[in-house]
Design a protein around this ligand. Structure first.
Ligand code: MN
Length: 456
C-alpha cells in the first residue's frame, strides 16, 4: 500500500438513537491505528507513529494465519480504505464491509467489527451493560472522509469524556507532597490553548510516579495558558490524557473531572474545544451535530412518505406543497452531487447547492458562480434543501416563497478538500464548472454571508 490515510474523525452525539439511515458498532477503548499490509506490515497511529514493532503479535495480519499464545492485544478491523492499490474511500460505507470480509480473515489477534443496522438504542444499552464505553454511529451513505469530522460518524458514550492537553501541574499536598496535586487541563480553541480545569483524582501511586518521570523533561518556564491562578509547573503541551467529567460549567470548565488514561495515539493539536458537548457552551459553532431521532413532525405527511431530515424544517415551513411542485424531500442519497440553479425570482440569482449530511447545503449567489480565479462573489447561506431539489426545474407559483422560474444551470459531483464552519474547499466536476472552489464565511457582512471564488 502506498497511500497514507488520515483517520476519519467522529463527532459526539448527546444521546443514543435508532435510525435506519445509520449503522452502529461498538466503541472500543484503545489505540486507533491504520494497518497497511503489503510485503511488510505497517501500523500507523493517529499521530503517525509506527506501532508494528510494539505489537509483534499483529504480524499475523501479514499472513492472516493463526498464531499461538495468549492474546495481549487484539486489532479490531472496522473498515478498509484501500485494496490492491485502489482507494475505496469514495465508496459508500455500506459497500466496504463486504470488501473487508473478502480481504481479511480473523485470527487470534485480528477481529472484524460487524456493524448492526438501525437499532442504535438497544445496541447502546447492551454495550453499556457489558461495561463497554458506548457505540459508534455511522451514516450509511457516508464516504470515508480522511481527517475530517463531518458528522457522518458519531460517538455515543455512557460517560462523558474529553481528551485534554496537559499544560502543567500544581504541587501536591500532604501524602502527595513528592508528586503533583492536579494536572492543568487545556484545549485548543482556534489554535489557542485555553484552560478547562484541573484533574486531581483517578491516579494510582504507580501512575503518579510514572507521570512525574514523564513530565521531567517537559518542564518549561513559559506559561502555556492564560488566566490560571496560583503556582503552576508548566509543561510543553505535548501530552494528552483522557478525562471523564460530569458536565461543562458555564465558563467552560470540566466539572468533577477524573483521570482515565494517557493517550499516546492522539496528537495534542487534535484536542479541541469542540469535544465538550455541555448544554450551555458559549460557542455556537461548536454545537454537536443534530441527532436524527428527534425529527420534527412534517406539516402534512402523506401515508408512506419519508420523514424529512431535521435540518429541512425551515425549508418545509416556507412552502405549501399542495401548491408548489418543488419536492417535499426524498431521503434517497445520490453521492457527492452539486447543483447550480438559475432562479428568476423577484431578483435573478443562482442557487449553489452541495450535497452534505443527507441534504443540499445551499447558498444564493446574486451574481452567479465566478468562473475567473480571483473574482469573489457574495453567497448568502440559505436553508438546507432536500436532495431531490437538485433535479428540480420548473415554475414556483405566484405568491409562493421564491415564486418564479428555476432551471438547472450546472450540475455534477464534487470532492471535499476541507469543510468547517468558516471555510469550505471543494473541487467541482460539472458540465460547465470544473475546478477548485472556495467558500469563506464573511462575518463582517452578516452571519449568513460568504464569499465564493474559484481557486487558482
Ligand atoms: Mn433561489
Amino acid at each position: 500500500m502506498t497511500a497514507r490515510y488520515l483517520p476519519m474523525l467522529a463527532a459526539s452525539a448527546p444521546a443514543p438513537f435508532s435510525s435506519n439511515d445509520w449503522l452502529f458498532e461498538i466503541k472500543w477503548d484503545g489505540v486507533r491505528a491504520i494497518a497497511s499490509v503489503g510485503t511488510s506490515l505497517s501500523l500507523r497511529s493517529r499521530n503517525d507513529v509506527e506501532l508494528a514493532d510494539r505489537f509483534p503479535e499483529l504480524a499475523e495480519l501479514l499472513a492472516l494465519a493463526p498464531g499461538t499464545g495468549s492474546p495481549p492485544v487484539t486489532y479490531i478491523v472496522f473498515d478498509i480504505l484501500e485494496r490492491n492499490g485502489k482507494s475505496l474511500t469514495g465508496l459508500p460505507l455500506t459497500e466496504r464491509p463486504d470488501i473487508l470480509k473478502a480481504a481479511v480473515r480473523e485470527g487470534p489477534h485480528v477481529v472484524l467489527s460487524v456493524p448492526v443496522a438501525g437499532q442504535g438504542e438497544d445496541y447502546y444499552r447492551a454495550a453499556v451493560a457489558q461495561g463497554l464505553e458506548g457505540v459508534m454511529a455511522k451514516r450509511r451513505d457516508s464516504h470515508y472522509e480522511p481527517g475530517l469530522r463531518s458528522g457522518a460518524w458519531l460517538k455515543i458514550k455512557a460517560q462523558k469524556s474529553c481528551d485534554c492537553v496537559i499544560a502543567g501541574y500544581t504541587a501536591g499536598q500532604g501524602g502527595r507532597g513528592p508528586v503533583f496535586g492536579a494536572l492543568l487541563l487545556a484545549l485548543y480553541d482556534k489554535g489557542v490553548l485555553i484552560p478547562v480545569g484541573k484533574v486531581g483524582t483517578g491516579f494510582s501511586d504507580q501512575l503518579l510516579a510514572d507521570l512525574m518521570a514523564t513530565f521531567a523533561p517537559l518542564v518549561t518556564s513559559v506559561p502555556q495558558v492564560q488566566g490560571v491562578a496560583g503556582r503552576v509547573t508548566w509543561l510543553q503541551p505535548v501530552l494528552v490524557c483522557e478525562v471523564a467529567y460530569q458536565e461543562v460549567t458555564r465558563d467552560r470548565k470540566l466539572r468533577i473531572p477524573r483521570f482515565l488514561r494517557l493517550r499516546t495515539d492522539k496528537p495534542a493539536t487534535d484536542c479541541t474545544l469542540d469535544q465538550l458537548t455541555g448544554p450551555h457552551l458559549a460557542h455556537k459553532e461548536h454545537q454537536p451535530p443534530p441527532v436524527p431521532t428527534t425529527l420534527p413532525e412534517p406539516a402534512k405527511t402523506l401515508p408512506g412518505a419519508p420523514a424529512p431530515q431535521p435540518t429541512l424544517r425551515k425549508y418545509h415551513e416556507k412552502r405549501n406543497f399542495s401548491v408548489t411542485s418543488e419536492p417535499e424531500g426524498a431521503t434517497t442519497m445520490s453521492g457527492n452531487s452539486f447543483v447550480i440553479q438559475e432562479h428568476h425570482a423577484s431578483h435573478l440569482h443562482y442557487d449553489f447547492r452541495l450535497e452534505r449530511d443527507g441534504v443540499l447545503k445551499s447558498w444564493a449567489v446574486p451574481k452567479g458562480v465566478p468562473e475567473i480565479p480571483g473574482e469573489k462573489h457574495l453567497a448568502v447561506a440559505v436553508e438546507d434543501h432536500p436532495l431531490d431539489y437538485g433535479t428540480f426545474a420548473g415554475e414556483i407559483p405566484k405568491g409562493q416563497y421564491g415564486a418564479g422560474t428555476v432551471s438547472i444551470w450546472d450540475s455534477g459531483t464534487y470532492d471535499t478538500k476541507h469543510w468547517d464552519d468558516g471555510k469550505i474547499e471543494v473541487t467541482l466536476r460539472g458540465n460547465r464548472l470544473n475546478g477548485p472552489y472556495v467558500l469563506v464565511k464573511f462575518n463582517r457582512a452578516g452571519k449568513n454571508n460568504w464569499l465564493l471564488f474559484r481557486a487558482a
